[in-house]
Ligand binder design. Structure first.
Ligand code: SAM
Length: 218
């Protein structure tokens, strides 16, 4: 992904595109990009919406939920409501593409790794506008039954060696293995039309991602 994100590049290929997020702060960044990119308001619109319950009053040829947002839905009823909304918003020949990460390990190994662990893993260390920015994952725990992991993402900004700012974002990520992700989609009444294991042609189940395209059944 470049600095333009997802919505702005797609806007150039769509007659109309609508972006949803529960965070006004995230949408503010997107609005700024749309303005800088001179995208007319008639072509792109973003709004604060909870993806577990929405009615946009129109249908779409394609719905995507990029960057694994689907995994933030941890409860079964949230997932049911999400799929209901997707079904209601797909045009006659429309489809939806969902992606989640493929866990590197078995369920048992993941549970072991996320139980009673302490400390932080550094996963990014970059320089932005002359300042060092680090990102770390702190493992807060796991719901073994639903297989939801609870990471805290810790971002630190340094001015030289001095810590200038620290922000902590706690999230939930529900984990899926290849077969159960497919089953979840078909159990919600959809037909799978394509699947991939990543974004450069990986076979489903072999790459780092689980990417599935599906449509409403007739
Ligand atoms: C990994 S970020 C992706 C951000 C952004 N869409 C992009 O493409 O750069 C996941 C986003 O999902 C949003 N999110 C999480 N739960 C949500 C929900 N129930 N409804 C709508 N958005 C949600 C978060 O606010 C966050 O901005």
């Amino acid at each position: 992904m470049g600095d333009d994100g997802v919505l702005l590049p797609l806007a150039g290929h769509c007659e109309y595109i609508q972006g949803l997020d529960i965070s006004e702060a995230m949408l503010g960044i997107c609005r700024e990009k749309l303005q800088k990119g001179n995208v007319p308001k008639s072509k792109a619109h973003v709004e604060v919406v909870d993806i577990t319950g929405f009615n946009l009053g129109r249908k779409f040829d394609l719905i995507i939920a990029p960057y694994r947002v689907f995994q933030n839905l941890e409860a079964n009823d949230q997932i049911d409501r999400f799929f209901k909304c997707i079904g209601e918003h797909l045009a006659a020949n429309g489809s939806c593409i969902l992606n989640v990460f493929k866990p590197f390990r078995s369920r048992e190994a993941l549970i072991k790794e996320w139980t009673g662990c302490e400390g932080e893993n550094l996963y990014s260390d970059i320089v932005v506008e002359g300042k060092r920015v680090t990102a770390h994952e702190r493992r807060l725990g796991i719901d073994e039954k639903k297989c939801v992991i609870y990471p805290a993402l810790v971002y630190r900004i340094y001015d030289g060696d001095v810590l200038e700012d620290e922000q902590v974002l706690k999230i939930a990520m529900r984990c899926y293995w290849p077969g159960e992700f497919e089953k979840l989609i078909t159990d919600h009444g959809f037909e799978i039309i394509a699947r991939w294991g990543g974004y450069v042609g990986e076979i489903y189940g072999q790459g780092n991602e689980l990417v599935i395209q599906f449509e409403n059944t007739d």
